[in-house]
Each structure stands twice: as structure tokens, then as C-alpha cells.
Design a protein around this ligand. Structure first.
Ligand code: GLY
Ligand code: MN
Ligand code: MN
Length: 496
């Protein structure tokens, strides 16, 4: 009870703080944060180089409806700009403008357009990019079409490899992303080589050949991903605040679902409760499509159909995470819909729990991702052998077919070097055992899929579990499931 009261107080703190002008939140990353990150990126750039970043494209959903826009995480990290059709240019050293002013960065943004803004919302424009984002040199995207930057003057031109479908197929904007990128290609003399199928062995292979074939020795498409990984894998104070909030929101949603769950629920209704709690806390998005799989559906690692109409007496695997101001949680709980684990479910659950406990305990500065994976995998493989589910430890991997964890941040699978852990990294520890129907073992195990996933902050004093508010021990889950939720008696009219 005391714990619950404490959770409520903490939860209230979330929703009552950080309201700014116009009733909008004010707890975004600061302009100073983005500025410092640009400076940190610049410090990594080779001598006499220029880096060019593009925002994410607008994607068409159907006819005149687009998908909800989401900025490219690298672009957001460096600028805070949330709109499409934009370019960021960073220079390793100072440049001199025609009027004698020094500059080392330029941003090109969507032009203000009152009639468009009446339909799709207020644009920041040049003035906003200067005032709110702290850029001294901001221009409309159209200016980039003939930027005047002489890219051949630089020893290296850094950019991320172009995806094949950058285009906004509607081509409604005079400086949409497609035109911005095509103009950049023309400005630097970039030609995509045609690679025959027999020439290429994989995606990476095609990339490197297309660059070689373009015969531009100053192109570099490897540097930005590697520099961004090294910057983004260590979280700053402002980032940790937002990321912790996203994780706590997700853990609290798991608690609410544990109380509300009953056998007559559908997978999509369960998904809805998680996402409702996210929105209640002001979360803008889910960090990735929610995964809610009952019984055998829990054995599909990224099951996002969530279409089963009654979860009945199944185990329900829920891998869901809120995105709060860009930062993504990734939390999984697996619970029995009827509130009680069966003997077999409990045995598998406990094995995953033991593996996770060991993985979390070992998450310390200097430990490698590989060794963490080994620690958890060994526990699962030995356990599966002991339960007679496999005939040798090596066979266990088929029931634990994914890695133990990954960085989280602006991406749910955040970039990083994935070597040794350092302070202020935030990683998931997510062992799982999935025994689909028809597996080569006793039928009593079939259809059991268990994953337990927590978000762990690495500190000099050891691991800190940010998702601890969602119970993990089977006993604690069963206890919480006995509690009532405000949703327990919530009904809607029957439409049949
Ligand atoms: N939710 C995807 C993952 O756990 O990596
Ligand atoms: Mn997950
Ligand atoms: Mn994950």
C-alpha cells in the first residue's frame, strides 16, 4: 500500500510539472543541449570537412492523408527541429560569409506559409529557428537548392547514405526533401552507380560500390553513423530526465494493465490501456508498434497484429514502450490473463527471470554486451536442459533467438558501439524463452512465450533499473493482479 501511494505521488509530479506557454509542455531538450551536441559532433569531424544532415521524409498513408510525421533522431538530437523538409550543415572550421561574418553551421527549414499552416499547423520558420533553436544562420529550404556552398573545397563531405525512396511522392512543396536531396547531389556531383545484382553480396556492399563508382574521393558516408553512435550512446542529464520519464510511464502502464487484465479482453484492448496511460502522461507516440501477444502469439518476437479477440487463460506477452519528447522506453512483462501462472508457465517464467536477474546484476561499467549475453544465455540453456526441453545446452538458442539487450534513447534500438558498458548508457536487459506450438519437446510446453525486459541505467555504483515500478517476480505479479483497476467495471454499449 505504501509503495502504491508513493507511486501515485511520483506519478502526479509528472503531470503537474513542466507546463509552458500556451499550455504546451516546456520540458523539451533545451536549445543549449542541441548546441552543445553540435559542438561535440564538430569536435569529431576531420579537418576541413562539412557534414550535411537531412530530416525524415513525409510519408503518404493514403490519398491526401500522410503518416504522422516523426523527425529523424540524429537531426532532432542536433537541432530540436521537429518539422520535415529541412537540412543541417555543420562545418569543421569557421567559414566566412560575403559580409565578413564567421559561421560554422547553417540550418534550412520549412518556409512559413499561412495558408498551409491553417491546415497542418504552425511552422517554426526562420525566426523560430533563430529564437527557439538558437541558430544564427537559418534559411528557408529553397535557399539550399542553390546553396552556394562549394563542396569541392572540402577534404571530406560527410552525409548519410541516401535511402532509395527519399521522395515525397506528392511533391507539393517547392523545397521538399526530394528536391533538397536531388539539389545536394547535383551540387556535389554525386551520381548513383548502377550495380548489377551479380556484383553485390549485400546491402553494405552495394553502398560502398556506389560511392566508389561515383569517383568522388571527398565523400564519406561512414563517419556520421559512427560519430553519432559515439555521441548518442552516452546520455546527458537532460536526456536521462526524459528517458527516465518515458520508462516510468511505461512501467506504470504495465501496472495498470496487470490490475485491469481479465480473460475476456482482446489483445488490442490491452494495447489500448497501455497507450491510454502513455497519453495521460503526455507521451506523444509509442516508441515502436506495441506488441501484445497471447499464448502462441507471444512466441512471435515482433507480433504487432494484436488481433486475438479473447486472451482467455493464456500468458500474455506485452512489449510496449512510451515515447516521451523523443525518448523511447522498451519494457516487457508477461502475465497470466487469469491472474495465476500454471506450473509450466511458472517454470519457464522463473528461468527467464533468473537469467534477467543475472544480466541486470552484471550490467556494470567495463562489462561487454557480449559477456552479458553469455551470462543470461548460459542460465537459460542449462535450465532448458534440466527441464528436458532440449537435449543439449547448445540447442537452447533456438528458444532464445535474439540478443540480450540494446541501447535505448531517441531510437528504441539506439545507436552505439556495443562494446563495453560506460556510465550513463541506458540499455535493455531482455531475455526470453519462446516455445511455439509444434516444437520438438513435450506438448505441455507448447505455446509458452515469455520475455521480461527492463531498462537499465549504467552508473559508477552499478545498474539502476528504471522500470522497477512494474513488478517482475511471479509472486508480485499475481499479487498485483488481485487488485482492482478503475477499468475493471468500465463497459461500453454492445454494438452487435
Ligand atoms: N521492442 C523491441 C525490442 O525489445 O527490442
Ligand atoms: Mn521490447
Ligand atoms: Mn528491446
Amino acid at each position: 500500500m505504501l509503495k502504491n501511494t508513493l507511486f501515485c505521488i511520483l506519478a502526479l509530479c509528472f503531470v503537474t510539472t513542466a507546463i509552458g506557454q500556451n499550455g504546451n509542455p516546456s520540458d523539451y531538450l533545451s536549445a543549449q543541449f542541441h548546441k552543445e551536441r553540435r559542438q561535440a559532433f564538430r569536435a569529431l569531424m576531420p579537418f576541413n570537412s562539412v557534414a550535411v544532415f537531412f530530416g525524415n521524409p513525409v510519408r503518404n498513408r493514403a490519398n491526401d492523408v500522410d503518416y504522422v510525421y516523426h523527425q529523424d533522431p540524429d537531426f532532432y538530437y542536433l537541432t530540436g527541429y521537429k518539422e520535415p523538409n529541412c537540412v543541417l550543415v555543420l562545418f569543421s572550421g569557421d567559414q566566412l560569409s560575403a559580409d565578413g561574418n564567421k559561421y560554422n553551421e547553417l540550418i534550412y527549414v520549412q518556409e512559413k506559409n499561412p495558408s498551409e499552416e491553417q491546415w497542418t499547423g504552425i511552422r517554426l520558420g526562420i525566426a523560430g529557428a533563430k529564437k527557439d533553436l538558437g541558430f544564427s544562420a537559418a534559411y528557408n529550404g529553397e535557399i539550399f537548392l542553390k546553396s552556394g556552398i562549394n563542396f569541392s573545397n572540402f577534404d571530406s563531405v560527410l552525409f548519410k547514405e541516401f535511402k532509395e525512396d527519399n521522395g515525397d511522392s506528392a511533391l507539393r512543396d517547392k523545397a521538399d526533401l526530394y528536391k533538397l536531396i536531388e539539389s545536394f547531389k547535383a551540387q556535389i556531383g554525386y551520381k548513383t552507380a548502377v550495380i548489377s545484382k551479380s556484383d553485390s553480396k549485400g546491402i553494405g556492399d552495394v553502398k560502398s560500390k556506389s560511392i566508389t563508382a561515383s569517383k568522388k574521393e571527398n565523400f564519406n558516408t561512414n563517419a556520421i553513423p559512427s560519430f553519432m553512435a559515439s555521441l548518442r550512446e552516452i546520455k546527458g542529464t537532460e536526456e536521462l530526465k526524459l528517458l527516465t520519464k518515458a520508462v516510468r510511464i511505461s512501467a506504470i502502464a504495465q501496472r495498470e494493465v496487470m490490475k485491469a487484465m481479465h480473460t475476456g479482453m482482446s489483445e488490442t484492448e490491452i494495447q489500448g490501456i497501455h497507450e491510454f496511460v502513455y497519453r495521460k502522461y503526455g507521451s506523444e507516440f509509442e516508441g515502436y508498434p506495441s506488441i501484445v501477444g497471447a499464448g502462441n502469439n507471444g512466441c512471435i518476437l515482433h507480433y504487432i497484429e494484436n488481433s486475438k479477440t479473447k486472451v482467455e487463460n493464456d500468458l500474455v506477452l506485452m512489449d510496449v514502450g512510451a515515447e516521451y519528447h523523443g525518448y523511447n522506453a522498451d519494457v516487457t512483462r508477461t502475465i497470466p490473463a487469469n491472474g495465476k501462472f500454471t506450473v509450466e508457465q511458472k517454470l519457464i517464467y522463473d528461468l527467464v527471470y533468473q537469467a534477467q536477474e543475472a544480466g541486470i546484476a552484471a550490467s556494470k561499467v567495463g562489462v561487454t554486451f557480449g559477456s552479458l549475453d553469455g551470462i543470461a544465455r548460459q542460465i537459460i540453456n542449462k535450465g532448458l536442459l534440466k527441464l528436458g526441453i532440449v537435449k543439449s545446452e547448445a540447442d537452447g538458442n533456438q528458444y532464445f533467438p535474439h540478443g540480450l539487450g540494446h541501447h535505448i534513447g531517441l531510437d528504441v534500438h539506439d545507436p552505439g558501439a556495443y562494446n563495453a558498458l560506460e556510465s550513463n548508457m541506458v540499455i535493455t536487459i531482455e531475455p526470453g524463452i519462446y516455445i511455439p506450438n509444434g516444437s520438438n519437446c513435450d506438448k505441455k510446453w507448447w505455446g509458452i512465450g515469455v520475455r521480461i525486459e527492463d531498462d537499465i541505467l549504467i552508473t559508477p555504483d552499478g545498474p539502476l533499473n528504471l522500470s522497477v515500478e512494474a513488478p517482475r517476480k511471479w509472486q508480485e505479479i499475481e499479487e498485483l493482479m488481485k487488485e482492482k483497476s478503475v477499468l475493471s467495471n468500465y463497459t461500453v454499449p454492445n454494438l452487435d
